[in-house]
Design a protein around this ligand. Sequence first.
Ligand SMILES: Cc1cc2nc3c(=O)[nH]c(=O)nc-3n(C[C@H](O)[C@H](O)[C@H](O)COP(=O)(O)OP(=O)(O)OC[C@H]3O[C@@H](n4cnc5c(N)ncnc54)[C@H](O)[C@@H]3O)c2cc1C
Length: 324
Amino acid sequence: MNDRQVLVLAEHADGAVRRVTGELLAAASRLGVPAAVVVGTPGTAQALAAELGALGAATVYAVETPEAGATLITGEVSALQAAVTAAGEPAAVLVAATFDGREIAGRLAVRLDSGVLTDVVGVALEGDEVVTTQAVLGGSYQTRYRVTRGVPVVSVRGNAIEGAATPVAEPAVVPLQVAADPTAPRVLETVPEEAGDRPELGAAKVVVSGGRGVGSADNFHVVEELADVLGGAVGASRAAVDSGYYPHQFQVGQTGTTVSPQLYIALGISGAIQHRAGMQTSKTIVAVNKDADAPIYEIADLGVVGDLFTVAPQLAAALKARRG
Ligand SMILES: Cc1cc2nc3c(=O)[nH]c(=O)nc-3n(C[C@H](O)[C@H](O)[C@H](O)COP(=O)(O)OP(=O)(O)OC[C@H]3O[C@@H](n4cnc5c(N)ncnc54)[C@H](O)[C@@H]3O)c2cc1C
């Protein structure tokens, strides 16, 4: 077991730690001693310390300023850079493979002159080296990588890491001073997208996605209803997004969000390689398509050849009936 620290950028919102942070701390525990890095306004790290300890963080680095949130991305990059210095030589830095996380990972690796490993689905320690597993070329291959230089900066796909780190009763909270970067672009106003009651797409355990086969924005309620019965998130193919059926932030795939839920249901999606790239590591894939030769069936665990407007409502009704 490596006794070096492994830094995890803690994602938090509304006073609570996001689930993906627990997954990152679990991954960190396989590589060394987990340490969380919290970026926020004064008091944030102390308020989250017990929760982060329960998820396995032995140390909580606190980078706090009343200005937190006034810059996008660069605050987190500077915070992680300071934590790397404070930790001595950490075994790795882990961030979530979200839109933000990927950007942070890339920028941090440049600042540290380190290698970056993106969209990782597994981590292991081999000797003293961090080795990651990635699903590449649309998920057709699983490959293993290590960096050849510096502290590995790793972005980890949500839902990819199972298990949990050993809880720590009272993690040490270590404040870090990070000078504000006067050149960083400043945010004038932040307008969060309406999230609604559904789980966040990148972290959801169940995702129900609709493609061009859904046919219109009005028809997308069929996808939403099935997602709601399953307590899942709604996704969309790029063709559905480009056709204006569903907003862009719900696009799954190479140029959208990468998802790895327990269950992925594809309704009216052909299964192009760029779509697969964002969902192929889902644990169970169910496809509904009226074309029996659609490529999505090559990766589906269960395929239903039929009209989604018949199958999806029937499935939703059956699930509701089963729950009484
Ligand atoms: C650089 C690049 C990046 C890209 N990035 C992405 C990305 O991030 N995500 C992404 O999704 N795509 C991406 N694409 C686009 C991708 O190549 C495909 O064009 C897209 O995924 C197709 O979407 P689709 O399956 O919904 O549509 P189509 O390929 O048109 O498939 C629609 C499917 O619906 C079925 N169908 C029609 N009616 C019904 C019905 N009533 N019931 C059941 N089935 C029905 C049809 O049989 C068909 O298989 C990218 C492409 C490029 C070049």
